[in-house]
Design a protein around this ligand. Structure first.
Ligand code: HEC
Length: 153
């Protein structure tokens, strides 16, 4: 039996096994980053980032009713209904790129591109559902996971 045969079996370990491997990889990356530098403050949570950068427009509960919403040309989206509007599943990759802003360039979006400010801080590996661990800013991932947690059916 060759080493590559063993790897192939591991890679086919089913969704659960794959997730564990991604978690392990993310943990390893986090450790490597921690070893390189000692952050002065702990990373902000998704909830704190939301309150800081999003609630002004989207509202503290994410329903699109923040204090700044009335003055906008477009109504901020109800962020508790993203999964419901997407056939019941939360589109992690699409949400992350929407927040980042890159995919909204030129479409008249009034929401600021937040990629730069959320790009501060460490990078983690995230599997957005395609089984591939992709590096992404930890703050962007924390925010997207916070949004996943506030979905209503
Ligand atoms: C200046 C107001 C404003 C701020 C600040 C803002 N948004 Fe938005 N957001 C909007 C508007 C308006 C839309 C509706 C579509 C558009 O114009 O882009 C939107 C759309 C979205 C969508 C798409 C929803 C869907 O159904 O696809 C997501 C996700 C989102 N915002 C997340 C966030 C997050 C997370 C933050 C904070 C990091 C944030 N927004 C900050 C105004 C804002």
């Amino acid at each position: 039996m060759t080493a590559s045969g063993g790897r192939a079996r591991l890679a086919q370990g089913g969704p659960k096994g794959g997730q564990d491997m991604v978690r392990l990889a993310a943990f390893g990356a986090a450790l490597a980053i921690l070893a390189g530098c000692t952050p002065a403050e702990p990373e902000p949570t998704g909830r704190a980032l939301f309150a800081q950068f999003c609630a002004g427009c989207h509202g503290s509960g994410g329903r699109g009713d923040g204090p700044a919403a009335a003055g906008l040309a477009r109504r901020p989206a109800d962020l508790t209904g993203i999964a419901a509007r997407n056939g019941g599943s939360f589109p992690m990759a699409r949400v992350m790129s929407t927040i980042d802003g890159y995919t909204r360039r030129g479409d008249g979006s009034v929401m600021p591109e937040l990629g730069a400010v959320l790009g501060e801080g460490p990078v983690v590996l995230v599997d957005t559902g395609d089984g591939i661990a992709t590096p992404a800013p930890a703050r962007l991932v924390a925010l997207a996971e916070y949004l996943r947690g506030i979905q209503v059916p």
